[in-house]
Design a protein around this ligand. Structure first.
Ligand code: NAD
Length: 352
């Protein structure tokens, strides 16, 4: 890669700045310009050495800019992406890409018509905790997996900005759900047959501030995605069970373990134990006589190098995009089925 591609960032809030500081470490892309409607954000960008614009037209007319990075509230992603292609720019768009699949199709059609590269920043495909579980899944380390639970939990409600407003594409399904659904579909290479959600409105009525989403895959695998903004004690980030073991990832630091039965001792009988006010053999814990504890694999990733490296390689025709249009569309369709499940208070049969 000889060329250094120039980025124009639209929306220099938390994530716009994050793109800037993380691409500073790369020699094949460089942020040069910002458009933001807020003067304070423009001043922040100027203090970080970027030239700033107060209109969309100005940044799109900036001939030095090759790639537009869209990091605004969600309802602006679609119109800004389409205007960027029309101005001859490639586009990296933040998640959730749009508010619905029709808007996403408009973006894809426009990118194709103008022969520009378009990708969505699904950066959590590079989360180490996710990659650990994906490796365990891909290597079949737990036998036939029948249950995956993927959770993120906080207690602070939805931040007091646009994220709590429906018109901006707020709510936790669109905010965190989009990441966790993308991980599910990236890992399990099967069709989803059933979508069922229970949404929470603990502090917010306009949008969901948490949810439990059950995706059933063709093989019968049940994948639970849970997001809470009202949990003062968190459950583990991942809990995965197959017929030959269980894996747990506790937290973002990837503490956790794998427990597997010793071959031939899967079905050893237990001595009954007292559990609460009763007696049980079924729930008796296992020990070293029939199980082994293994460490989780160690995985490190470099999301910005990989993501932007692939994006630039796609511009140059050397690689296919990692985050593909049809994958982003699948995630959007699952989110639409999720909202349908909530509206109809029922499970939705799908073939996605
Ligand atoms: P933010 O509120 O911190 O920043 C948004 C910025 O956009 C602000 O500076 C605001 O002034 C500006 N803005 C608002 N309306 C605009 C408009 N019409 N035109 C130009 N600028 C406008 O929000 P954020 O947390 O940075 O989120 C931005 C986007 O990034 C969202 O789509 C969000 O979902 C996404 N995001 C992604 C991740 C991730 O890990 N991929 C993390 C956080 C946020």
């Amino acid at each position: 890669m000889d060329k250094s591609y120039k980025l124009g960032i639209i929306g220099y809030g938390g994530m716009g700045k994050w793109h800037h500081i993380n691409t500073e470490k790369l020699d094949f892309v460089k942020a040069v310009a910002v458009y933001d409607i807020a003067q304070e954000a423009r001043e922040r960008a100027q203090n970080h050495g970027l030239r700033t614009y107060s209109t969309l037209e100005e940044i799109l007319e900036d001939d030095e800019v090759d790639i537009i990075v869209i990091a605004t509230p969600n309802e602006f992603h679609c119109p800004y992406a389409i205007k960027s292609f029309e101005a001859g720019k490639h586009v990296v768009c933040e998640k959730p890409v749009t508010l619905n699949s029709e808007e996403l199709q408009q973006i894809i059609d426009s990118a194709n018509a103008h022969k520009k590269v378009f990708s969505v920043h699904q950066n959590r495909r590079w989360d180490s905790d996710y990659r650990i579980i994906k490796q365990i899944y891909d290597n079949n380390e737990l036998g036939n997996i029948f249950s995956i639970q993927s959770r993120v939990m906080g207690s602070r409600g939805i931040p007091g900005d646009w994220r709590a407003k429906k018109a901006h594409g707020g709510g936790m399904v669109l905010d965190w759900g989009v990441h966790l659904i993308d991980q599910a579909l990236d890992m399990v290479k099967e069709k989803v047959t059933d979508v069922y959600v229970r949404m929470q409105h603990v502090r917010h009525t306009e949008v969901d501030d948490g949810f439990q989403l059950f995706l059933t895959f063709e093989s019968g695998l049940v994948y639970l995605i849970e997001v809470s903004t009202a949990a003062y004690i968190s459950l583990p980030r991942w809990h995965v069970s197959g017929d030959f073991g269980t894996a747990i990832v506790e937290d973002w630091s990837c503490n956790g373990k794998i427990i597997r039965p010793i071959r031939g001792k899967e079905n050893v009988d237990a001595t009954p134990i007292q559990a609460g006010a009763g007696l049980t053999k079924t729930m008796a814990p296992r020990g070293e006589e029939s199980t082994v504890e293994l460490p989780l694999p160690k995985i490190t990733t470099n999301v910005y190098k990989d993501y932007y490296g692939n994006f630039v390689a796609a511009i140059e025709g050397r690689e296919e995009l990692i985050v593909k249009h049809h994958e982003v569309m699948r995630v959007m369709k699952i989110m639409e089925a999720t909202f349908q499940s909530e509206a109809e208070n029922s499970s939705i049969r799908v073939n996605i």
